[in-house]
Design a protein around this ligand. Structure first.
Ligand SMILES: C[S@@+](CC[C@H](N)C(=O)[O-])C[C@H]1O[C@@H](n2cnc3c(N)ncnc32)[C@H](O)[C@@H]1O
Length: 208
């Protein structure tokens, strides 16, 4: 395996000391502006029940939990390394029952229908085995009127980066809108973009 493939696999599912130290640092610093844009668009409210898929270091979870004082933020991530980093970061909220962090593949976890006010995921769509199936599941478990925010990088800019196409599937803004339409979202589908510190940040938004 060459370094490009190794790095791409670490981005998909961080592991070991490289995941804990290097990938955590990259997620915290490199994705900070996308995660703060996500928070702005999600506009968490005090009683919200929110799910984050693929939370990485758990920074967005802790930023939202500071606001959802009477709500619950749930997170699912299949990397043991990231689960341990995120649990440490969110310990005080977990002790109060305001944050629940679970290890597993989103695809495999049985969530109740109509149970989340908001669902979000940043920088994970590239790795979803079947994005339409995943978006269908998101739609099912979201409450009517619930909001989805999916953050992803600009396809052309990511193409310039040393990322393996065996691991990263890159999507255009239209691709992501089509995934949401195909999966059954009918309302409020939009992609909002803004210039971040080093990349264009894209957030796909849809309402159930
Ligand atoms: C590139 S990182 C992004 C982390 C964070 N959202 C951010 O923007 O900094 C992708 C994360 O999603 C997790 N992940 C990817 N696919 C997943 C899936 N199907 N189910 C659960 N976790 C997943 C990985 O373990 C990793 O922590």
């Amino acid at each position: 395996m060459n370094f490009k493939e190794f790095f791409s696999k670490q981005a998909e599912k961080p592991s070991g000391i490289f995941g804990r130290v290097v990938m955590s640092h990259i997620f915290e610093k490199g994705n900070a502006d996308l995660n703060s844009f996500m928070k702005e668009l999600l506009s968490p409210e005090e009683t919200d029940h929110i799910l984050e898929i693929g939370f990485g270091t758990g920074r967005l979870i802790s930023d939202m939990a500071a606001i959802t004082k009477r709500g619950i933020i749930e997170g699912v991530d299949f990397s043991e390394t990231m689960v341990s980093v995120a649990r440490k970061k969110n310990r005080k909220y977990m002790e109060k029952g305001r944050v629940r962090i679970r290890r597993g593949s989103f695809e495999e976890i049985p969530y109740s229908e109509n149970s989340f006010d908001k669902i979000c995921s940043a920088n994970t769509i590239y790795f979803w085995p079947d994005p339409v199936d995943i978006a269908k599941k998101i739609l099912k478990i979201m409450k009517p009127g619930g909001k989805l925010v999916i953050g992803f990088g600009d396809r052309e800019q990511l193409r310039e980066k040393p990322l393996s196409s065996k691991v990263f599937r890159l999507y255009s803004i239209n691709d992501v809108k089509n995934i949401l339409k195909e999966s059954g979202f009918t309302s409020g589908i939009d992609v909002i973009s803004k210039q971040g510190k080093s990349f264009i940040l894209n957030c796909a938004v849809a309402v159930k």
